[in-house]
Design a protein around this ligand. Structure first.
Ligand SMILES: [Zn+2]
Length: 113
């Protein structure tokens, strides 16, 4: 029998579609619509097929191990990375005092940043 290789489909989807600024509901819906897209049938170019059919395989598909552990990725990872940049200290151009990146004025000389 043919089996649906959901793991490969999910990996392909995640590598070609942004997960940024999406809710889980939106991602799930988009993934389902993506699977239903009409694509060129690799076995019969004149007969289009649903993308889901291109993930049907006769190989034994191991059920993917889905660990219920939150691993930050995509936009979350980017925001974590940019947060680090924000934390990098800056220095007062007037007196050289080390200031936090978000400081609006210098604590030492009072100059506005
Ligand atoms: Zn200063």
């Amino acid at each position: 029998m043919q089996a649906f290789d959901g793991k490969k489909a999910a990996q392909d989807y995640m590598s070609t579609n942004s997960m940024s600024y999406s809710t889980p509901e939106l991602i799930l819906n988009r993934f389902a619509f993506w699977l239903g897209d009409t694509v060129t049938n690799p076995d019969n170019k004149s007969e289009p097929t649903s993308r889901v059919m291109t993930y049907m395989t006769r190989e034994v598909v191991e059920p993917p191990v889905v660990e219920d552990v939150y691993v930050p990725s995509g936009a979350v990872l980017n925001s974590l990375a940019s947060h680090k940049v924000e934390d990098a200290p800056k220095f007062c151009p007037e007196c050289g005092m080390k200031l936090s990146a978000k400081a609006k004025f210098c604590h030492q000389c009072g100059i506005t940043q």
